[in-house]
Design a protein around this ligand. Sequence first.
Ligand code: GLP
Length: 243
Amino acid sequence: MKVIIAKDHAEASRLGADIIEKIVREKPDCTLGLATGSSPVGMYQELSRRCHEEKLDFSRVHSVNLDEYVGLAPSHDQSYRYFMDDNLFDHINIDKANTYVAKGIGSVEANLREFNAVLNKTDIDVQVLGVGPDGHLGFNEPGEKLYDGAHQEVLDESTIDANQRFFASRDEVPRFAVTMGMGNIMRAKKLLMIVAGSKQDAMRKLLLSDKIDPKCPCTFMRLHRDAVVILEQALADEIGYKG
Ligand code: GLP
C-alpha cells in the first residue's frame, strides 16, 4: 500500500485528481468507481476544472458508485445520486447514462439484484474511497464478518452521528443503505483513498498496525496490490505516522 502525505486538503485533492487523470487519459473508456462524502469533493472540483480548462475528456468514461441510502429518492438532496450529479457529473462531459448509482427506493431485493448484476459485468479501473470514522468503506460497517457482494447494511450509530451534519436532524438520517461489498471493492484494479476529517482511529489501525480486522474494514486495503492512501500532514502528525 502506498501512502502519500499531502501538505493540506487542496494538495491531497490535486494528487488524487492526478491519479484519476492519468487513468482517464490512458484509457478513455475506463470505469471509475466513485465515492460520496466530503473527502473526495475537492478532487471532484479539480477534475471538473481540468475537464473545462485542460480538455480532460470524460465522454467515454463509465462510473459506478459505492453505495446509496435506502429510502432516499434520486431527487432527495442527500441521496448519493443527487450528490454525484451535483458534485461531479453536472460539471464534466460524462454521459449520465453511463453512470450508475444503486437505487435507494423500491424493492431492496430488486435493487440489490440490479446492483450486483451491474458489478458482476463491470471491471473497475480505480475505486475512489473515503473512510468512515469507524473505518467503514462504502457502507461496509465493522463487524464479525464482511460481505463479498452488494448487500444491505444497518448503519452504525456512529455512522448516523457522523452523517447527521448533512440532514436537518438526526432522525432524518436513513438507518439502512445498500453498498458494494468488500469483494467488489477489493476487485477494483486500483484503490484510491482520500482521507479528510476526524479519522484518527481508523488511520491508526490502517497505518500503524499490522492487523487485518473486519472490525475496521479499511484495514483490508493493505491486502490490495495497488492501493494508494492520501492523507494530510496534520493527521499524519497527530497519529505519529512518519511514512
Ligand atoms: C459515508 C459514505 C462513505 C464515506 C464516508 C466518509 O458514510 N458512505 O463512502 O467514505 O461517508 O465521509 P466523509 O468523507 O464525509 O468523512
